[in-house]
Design a binder for this molecule. Structure first.
Ligand SMILES: NC(=O)c1ccc[n+]([C@@H]2O[C@H](COP(=O)([O-])OP(=O)(O)OC[C@H]3O[C@@H](n4cnc5c(N)ncnc54)[C@H](OP(=O)(O)O)[C@@H]3O)[C@@H](O)[C@H]2O)c1
Length: 326
């Protein structure tokens, strides 16, 4: 099969299209013919090996040579113990645990897999898993957004951010989106009431406070976040620098207690089986999946460069073309 492989951390140039063996599913795994795979910041981080947490499992060199976690496709074959799926079924998964999505076939644990909801395309299904899980848990489950809350989403123009902005609006919040200059109009279009260009303004220094700050690109000190929280407000670290992560883990529980402020890590519970509320909202048209660009398998390096250089507005999806088309 064709796959996009890499054997060392680096820029998109370290990726190459190669012919590799089709993987063999284990007893509890399903072999999926990949039709679409969406890109996440975690793919970019896994390619670059930065931040350091992206090197878990391969400190000097990547242990897994094919990136790509959020896949949608068709069941090709199933392992001996798999009871829940049959060849030909349309399925999707967050395969962050074993990756391998930038390929024509991928093995996925049965437990990570679900059927594609009716009416959803492969591309839409591939766009959802990680980004929608972050939005659902960041806004509703851990964020506990209520009508009238002031919510700031840092990194609001990217994959998770666009779902998070829509969900927070739906739940009655006044939403501020923060991202780069290129994405300001886009964030407004998605539903943000206010936008901030992070290249020109530091939202932790403008004197405003929020009931929830959901940070997809956190790199400040916990004290800066505390300053930007209203009494009773919470800050959730989703992704960003390792130093901020340590600050959140070590100092976060201690700061702001008097004013009931919480500075915490959002350890996202990944898996498409937890996505039911988001899937319903997508099916009813209340939340839209915004796909900025589509690429072919051979174009994965360009797709990752586009995402990593900060141009992607919403999701970027790789559509796996038929053999011979690349
Ligand atoms: N906590 C968990 O359990 C968990 C699980 C899975 C994933 N994650 C993390 O969650 C994050 C999800 O990101 P995603 O997939 O939504 O990524 P994405 O599509 O790349 O979006 C991230 C957005 O943040 C923006 N950004 C970068 N630096 C910024 C800054 N300093 N201030 C404001 N915005 C900034 C990016 O714009 P630019 O283009 O300007 O860079 C981009 O628009 C990743 O960091 C990933 O590692 C966490």
């Amino acid at each position: 099969m064709r796959a996009v492989v890499y054997t060392r951390y680096g820029p998109p140039d370290v990726l190459g299209l190669a012919d590799v063996d089709v993987p063999t599913p284990g007893d509890h795994e399903v072999l999926v013919k990949v039709r679409a795979v969406s890109l996440n910041a975690s793919d970019w981080e896994g390619l670059r090996g930065k931040p350091l947490y992206s090197r878990i499992g391969g400190l000097r060199r990547p242990r897994r040579h094919i990136l790509g976690s959020d896949i949608a496709g068709q069941v090709e074959t199933v392992g001996r113990q798999v009871k829940g799926f049959r060849p030909g079924e349309d399925v999707f998964a967050d395969n962050l645990a074993s990756l391998g999505g930038f390929a024509e076939y991928v093995c996925v644990s049965e437990t990570a897999l679900a059927r594609i909801p009716s009416g959803m395309t492969y591309e839409e299904a591939a766009a959802l898993p990680q980004a929608a899980a972050i939005a659902l848990q960041g806004i509703r489950i851990r964020g506990q957004v209520r009508p009238g809350h002031r919510v700031l989403i840092n990194g609001a123009g990217g994959g998770s951010g666009t779902y998070a902005v829509q969900l927070a609006k739906l739940d009655g919040a006044e939403v501020t989106g923060v991202d780069n200059t290129e994405k300001l109009a886009f964030m407004r279009k998605v539903g943000a009431d206010h936008v901030i260009d992070y290249t020109r303004e530091d939202f932790t220094r403008n004197g405003l406070t929020y009931d929830l700050i959901l940070d997809l690109a956190a790199h400040r000190s916990v004290f800066a976040y505390k300053r930007s929280l209203a009494p009773g407000g919470r800050f959730l670290y989703v992704g960003g620098s390792v130093s901020t992560l340590f600050g959140v883990l070590l100092v976060g529980p201690l700061v702001g207690r008097a004013a009931r402020k919480k500075v915490r890590l959002l350890a996202v519970r990944l898996g498409v089986r937890h996505l039911a509320p988001m899937i319903e909202l997508c099916q009813s048209g209340k939340i839209a999946t915004i796909i900025d660009r589509r690429y072919r398998l051979s174009e994965v390096p360009e797709a990752l460069r586009y995402l990593g250089e900060g141009h992607a507005k919403g999701k970027v999806v790789v559509v796996i073309d038929e053999p011979g088309a690349a």
